[in-house]
Design a binder for this molecule. Structure first.
Ligand code: MCA
Ligand code: AMP
Length: 498
């Protein structure tokens, strides 16, 4: 193999006239057409000066060409760096600058703003969307074959930025091997084949929609119903023609809220998979009562892809994330990395080909989270039972997961603390029926000052993506602290969490 990622995921599809993407708005894209389009895009991207090893930052609405751009980057050895479409210009500037991206591909609707971002860090700018753009124009008419650039399995394939407890996002570097090994394991474990039709309503800028859902279907050779976003009507419309679905817990609670969703509608489905956030045992139970299907829950992270999964054939235990994957070593450890006896709660650590190569340009951060023996410290608190099932019982890291998106309180607190009249702030997650958790901000005014909440909200709106913004604000005289002076977020959650 001269380029393991391309040769595993994409090359086998050349010449196949089977359906790869069903487009809900009408039409299909075959496997062969997809591979040919990727080659055209690879020519276009190379024409913009991108070479193997360069980063290609992409903030584009979900569309077939965006997926083909992932394949194009694999074929030309460039590093694919997808970004949440909700990110503001301020957030994007950091990602493009930090990664040193050679090319920023953005939505034509935000061309002026994004071109400024690209210019500021010396990146070339191009546009792409389902309705076209300068990159699609440059690709149209190009040769439909492209000579695959040789790569090694340890070469980098993608960067995914993940926030952190310091408030500064880190570029997780994923190698070809990370992606291939995990997708191959999941394909086999979950028994995906070319007969499968996956309902794909997740975004493709995160691990779940791209490296789990899409990579698994590429290896299996099956089809995806490629929906722009979660739309319950569309899911219900396509369900009788599909065999599987992957989603965050909000997908499942929203389906259960719809009376049309029942046993008959799901009769053709063989598998429902949930991840990215805790699935309530209640949801699991209600889902089985309504449909007869037991949701299969799994657990992973940007840095590691997937680590555990409930079994396909064995018992799927509600409230657990299942067993370590066959090629992932997992231990529940104490603060020194020493494995604890089964049944005791500790930090989940994992080792295997799935574990990333480190954070871009942050060797000290990488070292902090990596043990000398190669185990990665996830920061999740877990417990493993005698049979090996893992339950995530909490997070050692200060993290809010809202509708499957991660929000690090520190990032919000830094913005809030900088506002006029604010002395300090604390952000905590409070329960939310639809999204699991949402952020609530507690502000302490400076002595004698007034906090202008409208001005604070406006500033937060400029700085941070909408999904990160606090849903509620409280103004208090002081924050609860322990004897060490540390803010007691547990107390804040108890007070405001309803
Ligand atoms: C949208 N909004 C949100 C979220 N999504 N607010 C908080 N949390 C969210 N997740 C806000 C919008 O800004 C907007 O605000 C309003 O909600 C409606 O937006 P819309 O786009 O219509 O929302 P939606 O379509 O209902 O989306 C909710 C969703 C979506 C379906 C839960 O967020 C989603 O697809 N989440 C999946 C995320 C995901 O793929 N995570 C995987 C990460 P306003 O109206 O005020 O403007 S990978 C990962 O975690 C690991 C590796 C793993 O294990 O998989
Ligand atoms: P991310 O940084 O987006 O990769 O999010 C990874 C985090 O999501 C993990 O460290 C967990 O805290 C959480 N997570 C993912 N899947 C699950 C799950 N099935 N149950 C509980 N938490 C999960």
């Amino acid at each position: 193999m001269n380029n393991p990622l391309y040769d595993t995921m994409f090359a086998p599809h050349a010449g196949k006239d089977t359906v790869f993407l069903h487009l809900p708005e009408g039409g299909v894209i075959t496997h062969d057409a997809f591979v040919r389009r990727a080659a055209q895009l690879a020519h276009a991207v190379r024409g913009m000066g991108v070479k193997a090893g360069d980063r290609v930052a992409v903030q584009v609405e979900k569309c077939p060409d965006m997926l083909a751009l992932y394949a194009a980057c694999a074929q030309m050895g460039a590093i694919f760096l997808p970004l949440n479409t909700a990110y503001t210009g301020a957030e994007l500037s950091y990602f493009v600058g930090d990664s040193g991206a050679a090319l920023l591909v953005g939505d034509p609707a935000r061309e002026d703003e994004l071109r400024t971002v690209a210019d500021a860090s010396g990146a070339v700018f191009a546009t792409l969307s389902s309705a076209g753009g300068s990159l699609s124009d440059a690709a149209d008419g190009q040769d439909e074959t492209f000579e695959t650039v040789a790569r090694d399995e340890d070469d980098l394939a993608a960067f995914l930025y993940t926030s952190g407890t310091t408030g500064r996002s880190k570029g997780a570097m994923l190698t070809q091997k990370n992606l291939i090994s995990n997708a191959a394991t999941l394909t086999e474990l979950w028994r995906f084949t070319s007969d499968d039709v996956l309902l794909h309503a997740l975004p493709i800028f995160h691990t779940h929609g791209l490296f789990v859902a899409t990579n698994v279907m590429l290896i299996a050779g099956g089809a995806m119903v490629f929906m722009p976003k979660l739309d319950v009507d569309q899911l219900i419309d396509w369900m009788p023609r599909a065999t599987a679905m992957m989603g965050v817990p909000t997908f499942y609670t929203r389906l259960l809220d719809d009376a049309r969703f029942d046993r008959d509608l799901t009769a053709n489905m063989r598998l429902f998979i949930s991840g990215s956030a805790p699935l309530l045992a209640d949801t699991h139970v209600a889902f089985e009562a309504r449909t007869g299907h037991r949701i299969l829950e799994r657990y992973g992270m940007t840095e590691t892809n997937m680590n555990t999964s409930n079994p396909y054939a064995g018992e799927r235990r509600a409230g657990t994330v299942g067993l370590p994957l066959p090629d992932v070593e997992l231990r529940v450890a104490d603060a020194d990395g020493v494995e604890l006896p089964r049944g005791e709660t500790g930090v989940v650590e994992v080792r295997g080909d799935n574990v990333f190569a480190g954070y871009w340009n942050m060797p000290e951060k990488t070292a902090e989270e990596m043990r000398e023996d190669g185990f990665f410290i996830t920061g999740d608190l877990g417990v493993q039972d005698e049979a090996g099932y893992v339950t995530i019982v909490g997070r050692g890291k200060d993290l809010i997961i809202s509708g499957g998106y991660n929000i690090y309180p520190k990032e919000l607190e830094l913005v809030l603390d900088a506002q006029d009249g604010v002395m300090e702030s604390a952000v905590v997650g409070i329960p939310h029926a639809d999204l699991g958790e949402v952020p609530l901000a507690v502000l302490v005014p400076q002595a004698g000052a007034q906090v202008d909440l409208d001005a604070v909200k406006a500033a937060v709106g400029m700085a941070l993506a909408r999904f990160k913004q606090p849903r509620e604000y409280r103004i208090v005289e002081e924050l609860p602290r322990n004897t060490m002076g540390k803010v007691q977020k547990v107390a804040l959650r108890a007070e405001y969490g309803g």
